[in-house]
Design a protein around this ligand. Sequence first.
Ligand SMILES: C[C@H](O)[C@@H](O)CC(=O)C(=O)O
Ligand SMILES: [Mg+2]
Length: 441
Amino acid sequence: MSKIKITGLTVSDVRFPTSQEHHGSDAMHTDPDYSAAYVVLETDAALKGYGLTFTVGRGTEIVVCAVEALSGLVIGKTLEEIVNDFRGFYRILTSDGQMRWIGPEKGVIHLATAAVLNAVWDLWARAEGKPLWKLLVDMDPDLLIKCIDFRYISDALTEREALDILMKAREGKQQREEQMLKDGYPAYTTSCAWLGYSDQQLTQLCSTALAEGWTRFKVKVGADLEDDIRRCRLIRQMIGPDKTLMIDANQRWDVSEAVAWVTKLAEFRPLWIEEPTSPDDILGHATISKALAPLDIGVATGEQCHNRVMFKQFLQASALQFVQIDSCRVGSVNENLAILLMACKFNVPVCPHAGGVGLCELVQHLILFDYISVSGSLQNRMCEYVDHLHEHFRSPTVIRQACYIPPKDPGFSCEMLEESVQKYQFPNGEVWKTTLLQKGQ
Ligand SMILES: C[C@H](O)[C@@H](O)CC(=O)C(=O)O
Ligand SMILES: [Mg+2]
């Protein structure tokens, strides 16, 4: 690989006013403006690297500050020196002697780490002329393992075990890749039933989704039990008994409240309850999992799980039945590789969190890699899809018959259109100047 040197980093606060139409609303985040701290790595070559982390509006400026604080650790490095010791570079970013204090490996600083590392992985995939999933699928297992920081997880997954998983999954890899290219990776939709949508909207979106071939649907719950019963009944009646329904409470309940509430929704046969309580409460999730097991309802979580250490404990404690990786919450591909491999060892299916802005574009690469090179299974597995804001990306996701079609363009698919970045920049982009003026701010 040529010695591409990273010469600069720019980061933008890009926000989309999705709250105006209640897109993305849930029991906890009632007015999200889907946003991103959007990173561009400049190099001394013709290539650039693009990365982002996802936020829901106010506070994005803090993530931008954190990215700026990390920028000195990446500017001046060559791509070659980073990827030749990616584990070491991951440590440099996450274990800076002073900045580590404001994490470690969690919160705003870790969101910033995700944005920067996503851009580095994008640059690497572009330099190799491959979409990221293919870069990972083709990578020598030894090199893949060297991208992962096993510190804090080696009691649950050793390097040897991780390597064995990858070696074992070599069998059938070619067929699985061909299958993905032909049929795509199964998806479910959350776009029909945001909490702020009216019943009429929900009915109309659901019937459109059914006509488009969707068979798996997620409904937001958790604010009002009577509303939840009515909305779940509506959706279940529309989709019929055989299609799949999931429910998502976005951390709204206490542990016992979660069990009682979900028991009342059991008649609608949800496959899982997502984020029933605080995302940090591992033992609480274990209690909920145990209580709901007789009802055949699993617990899903991960979109706000800080890092690989917490995923390890969720798995060790049998506190979740579905692992929801997120491309922008933890330390990018490096940390997600660790989580995919741990999920495989513990035999728990991975069903990624996506949506927001850019999350579908990014995470499709990781789940394709999981199927082709790690788990080799589609059983009880699907990737979230949300139908908003894809038009702002140079290589938007392609969905066919409710499946993600593997991206072909080199990179990690999160390059935004320059005009979108300008227009939606907060607070000086055209859209926000008008919006803030109307609000008198
Ligand atoms: C605020 C986000 O839209 C959140 O509701 C997304 C989420 O929980 C999911 O997609 O799952
Ligand atoms: Mg969720």
